[in-house]
Design a protein around this ligand. Structure first.
Ligand SMILES: [Zn+2]
Length: 385
């Protein structure tokens, strides 16, 4: 018989009060009040370094700051543990999106919000607070754990920039958990798409709109014909495409010479993504050439997809730990990339776990305090695995 989540939670009841709710909430509130927009993570990185050193971890900062022209590099930390065996990795990101400066957290009805002017920054400070509290508990209770590795990345919100500069030589873990998915804890992201960024430059010919329009080639119209033929939005269950920005033209009395169109494709299946990207390029080429113009397409492969089977050890670890803290685990697909995409590509099987944050990237962002606690219990339970 498969035991119910509640049944297991009762059996493992003594694991639950270990997390110090007040300390966890206080740390979370302090963290969100430290400004850390992408590339400006210095103050937060220093705070985290001090916290980790106090707990007794060794911390190393890599050279990413100078490579990406940011204030801070990725932080790597290691807890030696007491149980021999392969290390477990937890990865969170330091940076936040805008508007994310001078955040004033407000507690209302068992949840933490911003004051409405900014985001809250639970993305990803809920994850940071969870790993720090879990390690504090491990140390103060002398809990038996295998070695635990931590990575705090920078500029994640700018396209996993910090993670792309991680040094695989510094990662010894055999599996990992990114804490960077939204929604109540218990969700385990086992598949996430790859993404192409597409920049199409359409060139026509400028002419005076009133005097000699017949000598012009209207780049806006040519681009529009291309766009009109594209399949956009949800292509199939695994694949999406979007045109998000269009820039061009100088004045109403000039036949526009140049338009730049920015779009993206994503798919859980890399071949499908590549096919949709190729289709977009082909249709722009056809339509713009018909109009007598020229096209230039740039495709940037932003990140690779990943897929973990439900019976994979890392997925099983997360599921078992979720049951033990009374959560019903839910395997899910994501529509976006995270540092887990990069870690999987580096050969560290890594799942992305939800950690309570909701309505992220908006001024309505919030987190239920109970979800913050639950997520921390889950992290602690995985560490004890
Ligand atoms: Zn995030």
């Amino acid at each position: 018989m498969r035991p119910s989540a509640r049944h297991i939670a009762r059996d493992a009841g003594e694991a639950r009060p270990l997390v110090n709710r007040e300390r966890l909430l206080a740390e979370f509130l302090r963290l969100v009040q430290i400004d850390s927009p992408s590339y400006q993570e210095r103050e937060l990185a220093d705070r985290i370094r001090n916290l980790l050193a106090e707990i007794g971890l060794t911390v190393f900062e890599d050279q990413t700051a100078s490579k990406i022209n940011g204030q801070a590099g990725n932080l790597y930390a290691r807890w030696p543990g007491t149980v021999a065996g392969p290390a477990i990795l937890f990865c969170v990101h330091l940076d936040t999106v805008e508007p994310g400066r001078r955040i004033k957290p407000v507690i209302r009805g068992g949840a933490v919000y911003s004051d409405g002017r900014t985001i809250l920054g639970a993305d990803d400070k809920a994850g940071i607070a969870a790993v720090i509290e879990a390690l504090r508990v491990v140390r103060e209770r002398n809990l038996a754990t295998p070695p635990v590795e931590l990575i705090f990345t920078v500029a994640e919100e700018q396209g996993l920039v910090g993670a792309k500069h991680l040094d695989p030589e510094l990662i010894n873990a055999s599996c990992g958990f990114v804490l960077d998915s939204d929604g109540p804890p218990g969700k385990i992201i086992v598949r996430a798409p790859s993404q192409d960024r597409i920049v199409v430059t359409v060139r026509g010919r400028a002419a005076h709109a009133g005097i000699n329009p017949e000598e012009g080639i209207n780049a806006i119209q040519a681009a529009a014909r291309g766009i009109a033929r594209l399949r956009l939005g949800r292509i199939d269950e695994e694949t999406t495409a979007n045109i998000g920005v269009i820039q061009g033209g100088l004045a109403t009395n000039i036949v526009p010479e140049k338009v730049t169109v920015y779009g993206e494709t994503r798919s859980l299946d890399d071949r499908k993504r590549a096919a949709v990207t190729q289709e977009i390029i082909r249709l722009f080429n056809e339509e713009v050439e018909n109009a007598g113009g020229q096209v230039e397409c740039e495709v940037e492969d932003l990140y690779p997809s990943f897929r973990l089977e439900p019976d994979h050890r890392v997925v099983q670890m997360a599921m078992r730990a979720a049951f033990r803290v009374g959560l019903a685990p839910r395997l899910a697909h994501s529509g976006g990339g995270s540092d887990a995409n990069i870690l999987n590509a580096l050969g560290v099987p890594t799942a992305n776990l939800s950690c309570g944050m909701q309505k992220v990237h908006s001024t309505g962002e919030f987190i239920l305090i109970e979800d913050l606690v639950k997520s921390t219990e889950l992290v602690l339970e995985i560490m004890k695995a």
